[in-house]
Write a protein that binds this ligand. Sequence first.
Ligand SMILES: NC(=O)C1=CN([C@@H]2O[C@H](COP(=O)(O)OP(=O)(O)OC[C@H]3O[C@@H](n4cnc5c(N)ncnc54)[C@H](OP(=O)(O)O)[C@@H]3O)[C@@H](O)[C@H]2O)C=CC1
Ligand SMILES: CC(=O)C(=O)O
Ligand SMILES: [Mg+2]
Length: 414
Amino acid sequence: MSDDLTRDALRYHAEPVPGKLATALTKPCSTQAELSLAYTPGVAAPVRAIAEEPLDAFRYTGRGNLVGVISNGTAVLGLGNTGPLASKPVMEGKAVLFKQFADIDVFDIEVEAEDPDDFVETVARLGPTFGGINLEDIAAPACFDIERRLAERMDIPVFHDDQHGTAVIVAAGLLNALELQGKALADARIVCLGAGAAGIASMNLLLNLGARAENLRLVDRKGVIHAGRDDLNQWKSAFAVETADRTLEDALSGADVFIGVSGPDLLTREMVASMAAGPVVFALSNPDPEIRPEVARAVRDDLILATGRTDYPNQVNNVLGFPFIFRGALDVRASAINVPMTTAAVRALAELAREPVPSEVLTAYGRDDLAFGPDYIIPTPFDPRLGERVPAAVARAAVDSGVARVELPARYQT
Ligand SMILES: NC(=O)C1=CN([C@@H]2O[C@H](COP(=O)(O)OP(=O)(O)OC[C@H]3O[C@@H](n4cnc5c(N)ncnc54)[C@H](OP(=O)(O)O)[C@@H]3O)[C@@H](O)[C@H]2O)C=CC1
Ligand SMILES: CC(=O)C(=O)O
Ligand SMILES: [Mg+2]
């Protein structure tokens, strides 16, 4: 990151008030009469109602539109285990995105609990506060059990954004990028560097969508995950294949797709040069990608390139997913966010990128033109249609898959 950007970012976070969030009131409270309603004695009325009928919490409190963005800070962006306190700017940032793009309120909660049992116990007890839980920046492999255990204990959606949010955007972007390169997902040779939260979930979703296991190579710090390794946890070993490939370099030779969800500057010029004709390179590590776009583009001009960043074309980042997926889930009071719902989000995102781009987006990006093609494979976060299409698709999938607890809202019934 340049010195200028570092300075600007620190100033943005410090001024005019520290941080990016504050509490807003939704009811007036400036007279004796209003205070009597907001606080004692009036507040006793909704307390009694909710004690008698728990569903009244959705009527009398903000629970139904409130998501907990919760982290223990063990995998903060690509910066590693910075701990919970240093993760707070990211969690506040996720709150900004929930509010800005989907009008969802958020409490960011940073928990001093590296031990999964402590973390699960802490979060599970917060159920009454929230309509949904967005787990963020929790390292693999602990994140897999944490999410499963919380989903089993809680009756609201528990969604690990780095797993499923990322997987949705990777899949939507890849479906479009492969089509532009004239390739099919089922035939594509895909190499994923990073076998953690984002990597494992993205590969699982691609398998669901038609990628073939024998065409996938998952790579961690020790190299290719293959059948001969005896150091693999259960999530990695599900991807162990019989192959002679041992290094990232081996795996990438002739590959169609590189997906990087690992760390900065791990993909070399030579590796990009060795890929098949018309390759797709998603260098998604934040803030610094696996290869800088200008370096990759200098190697070859037939590639489609994406990063997780806002300052390059093709931002493959979970910001395109979690606000809109939760909007759809909350609107039907879903008890979970399941595969039919994430798959519906993939399709909605991929299809939206093929439509003409509205003027708001061109203005936000200072562009005269933007159209489906190698530099526009996925909508931008500022696309106002995202807030209609993705939640509608997710809510419908929730209803169809039986996890919705209220009917599909009229505005989604088109
Ligand atoms: N663009 C986007 O929307 C998103 C991007 N990301 C990015 O993906 C990265 C990983 O995040 P996440 O999955 O949550 O983290 P995890 O800690 O769960 O997983 C990290 C994975 O990356 C691997 N890895 C790290 N460094 C290296 C290296 N030098 N060489 C090879 N493999 C390496 C680790 O290998 P090992 O298992 O051997 O330790 C591990 O498998 C981060 O950079 C993050 O910013 C994540 C989510 C969304
Ligand atoms: C984008 C994001 O969630 C990450 O890099 O961790
Ligand atoms: Mg994250």
